[in-house]
Design a protein around this ligand. Structure first.
Ligand SMILES: [Zn+2]
Length: 123
């Protein structure tokens, strides 16, 4: 089954080092101040850039007229439903179920070799 992710807005991040700009979609609950019924979560101040530096928020939240379903292969900040006080939106790329499943299996097997306490981070 395809997981359904609803987004309500977007944010632009820019890297001061290489000038790259990236648009990140916002899942319901991230940067919407509770407008859609979920407890508000901020988005990260900075996200990693492919050049090795960090990109910073340059736009703030740009809301859409109405929430809609996210397309595949689109970067977005996922709502963190861990219930932690400092919870904040997490950067993800929404991929098709098949690729996501392969990644999960791969991560599980590599984690098992390393630490004893593993928390699977599945979204
Ligand atoms: Zn960069």
């Amino acid at each position: 089954m395809k997981p359904k992710i609803l987004v309500h807005g977007r944010m632009a991040y820019k890297c001061p080092e290489c000038g790259a700009i990236k648009t990140i979609q916002l899942e319901i609950g991230v940067e919407d101040f509770g407008r859609h019924g979920r407890r508000h979560q901020p988005s990260p101040f900075m996200i990693p850039c492919s050049c090795g530096d960090f990109m910073m928020d340059v736009s703030g939240c740009k809301p859409y007229p109405a929430p809609f379903e996210l397309d595949a292969n689109t970067p977005y900040f996922a709502y963190d439903d861990s219930g932690k006080d400092g919870a904040c939106g997490k950067l993800h790329t929404y991929e098709s179920v098949t690729r996501e499943t392969i990644r999960m299996i791969f991560e599980r097997s590599s984690k098992q070799e390393g630490s004893h306490e593993t928390k699977t981070d599945i979204t």
